[in-house]
Design a protein around this ligand. Structure first.
Ligand code: FAD
Length: 347
């Protein structure tokens, strides 16, 4: 089998022991049951845009989900098979004047992976529109329809991500809002680029256009002509801190950067505070382009993305990520957590 580097957006990862593709629900369930009956390690892969696969590859079966199908009730209700590519679905819903996905334009990968880390961008999360997730439970051997409210969605996580490998997503049901107007814009940079205030609404097509423009300027849209897009997107999640930890960060920031420094602060509904991983990385001394320009380096457009410039290896990528995390820990006492899923090795 070919190396997993051919199936990941980072273009990294060695070969799997076995490789199968499954094009519909029955084939997916059969392939998972067969691997489990043999006691074979299993990796489910779709778009390969959120994985960091070891150079040694994967010592088991890689099951690539390529199922297709969209059921549309014409009133904003959709049931979408897991292997459907995400962004063409967003484009089609925006053309149909449906609101709910517009800020999630340009995110690579499959529909089935969106609930795994509750994909989000520009103030919107997929959890807001998910009605139910149809999934095969490897523990019970049954297919279940799990309501969105029971998926344990949090910032870049879900019950699926917290219990790796247990559920295989087969299809996702969504509820979008007809009428052509976007949800209220909740992200300052996006509002600015639309010439609006936060909380305003705009035609969904305008929002999609603005989001794609912003994402392109950061190398966050997959583009064969853009070496900065050879990444797994944001490599680290934004740290979520309690009051005491945030006060500690502010104190360290003042010591390091002066008394007037303002640490990015986004209060969360549960009383915690989210801060910006990119801000911490930059203030710890890691600049855009830092690293080996022929192998692994920070994107030249966005500090949060680590990129493979051609001759990279996963070992070198993880070494750079650890160097950045150690630098931020030393400068600010904050622990960065990787966003992508590590396969065949651990963080
Ligand atoms: C340039 C770029 C920009 C990005 N921007 C964003 C962003 O703005 N916001 C954001 O949230 N993410 C972003 N990402 C990350 C990524 O695109 C998303 O997480 C996406 O949902 C992953 O989809 P995938 O099909 O590629 O998943 P894969 O990489 O194939 O898999 C990711 C994980 O999900 C599991 N998985 C995949 N499909 C299934 C399934 N059907 N059932 C069970 N488990 C499954 C895999 O086992 C693996 O653990 C970005 C990535 C890139 C490369």
């Amino acid at each position: 089998m070919r190396a997993l580097a051919e199936l990941t957006t980072l273009r990294l990862g060695g070969p799997p022991r076995r490789y199968v593709e499954a094009g519909d629900e029955a084939a997916i369930v059969a392939a998972v049951r067969a691997a489990d009956a043999d006691g074979e390690p299993l990796l489910v892969l779709a778009g390969g845009s959120n994985v960091v696969v070891a150079d040694e590859g994967f010592p088991g079966t890689v099951l690539r989900i390529v199922s297709r199908g969209v059921l549309d009730d014409g009133r904003g209700g959709l049931v979408v098979q897991a292997g459907e590519p995400w962004d063409p679905l967003v484009a089609a819903t925006v053309r149909a004047g449906l609101a709910g996905f517009e800020c999630l334009s340009g995110i690579p990968g499959s529909v089935g992976a969106t609930p795994i880390q509750n994909v989000g961008a520009y103030g919107q999360e997929v959890a807001e529109t998910i009605v139910a997730v149809r999934a095969y439970d490897r523990l019970t051997g049954t297919v279940e329809e799990r309501p969105g409210a029971e998926c344990g969605f949090t910032y870049r996580s879900s019950v699926f991500k917290r219990t790796p490998g247990r559920w295989i997503v087969l299809a996702v049901s969504f509820r979008l809002i007809p009428g052509g107007r976007s949800a209220p814009i909740r992200y300052a940079e996006l509002a600015r680029s639309l010439g609006l205030a936060e909380g305003d609404r705009a035609p969904v097509a305008d929002v999609r256009g603005a989001v794609l423009g912003l994402r392109r300027s950061k190398g966050m849209v997959l583009d064969p002509a853009d070496p900065d897009s050879v990444s797994a997107g944001s490599f680290f999640t934004n740290p979520v801190l309690d009051d005491a930890a945030f006060a500690g960060l502010e104190r360290r920031a003042r010591e390091r950067l002066g008394p007037d420094v303002r640490v990015p602060r986004f209060p969360q509904p549960d009383g915690t505070v989210k801060t910006s991983a990119a801000w911490l990385i930059e203030r710890a001394g890691f600049t855009r382009g830092y690293g080996d320009p022929a192998a692994i380096a920070i994107s030249s457009k966005h500090t949060l993305a680590l990129t493979n410039r051609g001759a990279g290896t996963t070992a070198a990528l993880v070494a750079l990520a650890r160097e950045i995390a150690a630098g931020v820990r030393e400068a600010f006492g904050v622990e960065l957590e990787p966003e992508p899923v590590f396969v065949g090795h651990a963080w």
